[in-house]
Unconditional design. Structure first.
Length: 95
């Protein structure tokens, strides 16, 4: 898998902001087929930082009802990346 296709977007929420400020952890939506080694490699290549640990979470799509039709949102995967001490990711308009 190409390292550019592993990371889909940076997740910006209130909880993700607290994790970043207190613990130096960043959250990303990643490709569902990517494993921790591929995520680590792509973060290190794209942002030029050293990754200490990664935690991944799989989310099932919720049901969505529009009128009488019932469908589902897509399943997705989230990665919480902890960087080495003193490392920081500066986000630009890439994601």
């Amino acid at each position: 898998m190409d390292f550019k296709n592993v990371i889909i977007r940076h997740i910006v929420t209130e909880k993700a902001g607290i994790l970043k400020d207190k613990n130096g952890k960043y959250t990303f939506e990643v490709n569902r087929n990517a494993n921790k080694f591929q995520i680590k490699r792509s973060i290190e290549i794209l942002f030029g930082v050293s990754v200490k640990s990664i935690r991944t979470l799989n989310y099932l799509g919720k049901s969505k009802k529009v009128g009488k039709c019932v469908g589902f949102k897509n399943d997705w995967k989230k990665a919480i990346v902890k960087l080495a001490v003193g490392e920081e990711i500066h986000m630009s308009n890439e994601f």
